[in-house]
Design a binder for this molecule. Structure first.
Ligand SMILES: Nc1ncnc2c1ncn2[C@@H]1O[C@H](COP(=O)(O)OP(=O)(O)O)[C@@H](O)[C@H]1O
Ligand SMILES: [Mg+2]
Length: 282
């Protein structure tokens, strides 16, 4: 059974704007899924259907095989945690600590459990030292971490991040990538994120949905998707710089295998430059 599944999900905004046209999406357990697409593709609308913020105009959204109803919506929101693009929409308490405690308090947990969860979440996102600060005085990257901590403290099984790298500096992007990967590897969490920044996709995702004008125009592994540069260009997305560079080296006769992540590209370049190494373990 999939953790999240949409079947022919269509969503039409008032004013007759069709944002999703019959989309079929699945999130299996422990997957790291990227939804890529340029502005207006329908990414945020899709995510808002995952925990019942939006109800399908037609088609369905199944969470662990069950449709979302009035009776299970609280459970669904505990199970699927969403971090919206604009952290300001998600932060409203006078201190960071109180803000992160908001979700667990609403779950009706006891004081001790709340305290424990809040501090674990702050530690996990690396902002324990900000616990007593006023959220609205923090930087964009810090606010994003507060929003993430608030959702993590609810201990969701699926974490959905809408354009998580928007507005972050390069160090912030790097930390976020490391963090998402650790959630998946150490805690078995399923992570779904959207972006139009294709450079981070290979570092995080094991499956990619490509969205344009409310439709999935392609889906598959990172390799499947980034081997279609013309398709990506046609919907105003770029091909990440690493495969582009390696493809160009290959065309110029450099014997180098394709690579999508920084580490793989680094190793491939070292090997291509030095030739096969006899004594060093590969
Ligand atoms: N509140 C709204 N009312 C009407 N149309 C909307 C609303 N929000 C988004 N849309 C439209 O729905 C489409 C998908 O938007 P969105 O899901 O925000 O895309 P993305 O997150 O990929 O940028 C766009 O055409 C957008 O203009
Ligand atoms: Mg959006």
């Amino acid at each position: 059974m999939h953790l999240i599944e949409t079947r022919n999900l269509t969503y039409i905004y008032p004013g007759n704007v069709t944002a999703l046209h019959s989309v079929n999406f699945v999130a299996p357990r422990n997957a790291r899924i990227a939804v890529i697409g340029s502005n207006g593709a329908g990414k945020s609308t899709l995510f808002k259907c995952f925990n019942g913020i939006f109800k399908p105009t037609s088609g369905s959204v199944l969470i662990r095989g069950e449709p979302i109803t009035q009776d299970n919506i609280r459970e669904v929101r505990k199970f699927v945690g969403i971090i919206f693009q604009n952290a300001d929409d998600q932060i409203f308490s006078p201190t960071v600590e109180q803000d992160v405690a908001f979700g667990p308090t609403n779950l009706g947990l006891d004081e001790e459990t709340i305290h424990h969860r809040v501090h674990e979440a702050l530690k996990l996102v690396g902002i324990e030292d900000l616990a007593h600060r006023v959220p609205h005085h923090l930087s964009g990257g810090e606010k994003k971490r507060v929003a993430i901590a608030g959702v993590i403290a609810m201990e969701p099984e699926v974490l959905v991040l809408d354009e998580p790298t928007a507005g972050l500096d390069p160090r912030g992007v790097h930390d976020l990538i490391t963090f998402i990967n650790s959630l998946s590897k150490q805690y078995g969490m399923t992570v779904i994120f959207s972006t139009h920044d294709v450079s981070m996709v290979a570092e995080v995702a094991d499956y990619v949905y490509v969205m344009n004008k409310g439709l999935f125009v392609a889906e598959g592994s990172v390799e499947d998707i980034f081997l279609q540069p013309d398709m990506l260009k046609s919907i105003r997305l770029d091909v990440p710089v690493l495969p582009k560079l390696i493809r160009s080296l290959q065309k110029n006769g450099v014997p180098i295998p394709m690579a999508y992540t920084y580490e793989d590209a680094e190793q491939a370049l070292i090997r291509a430059y030095k030739g096969p190494q006899k004594d060093t373990p590969q």
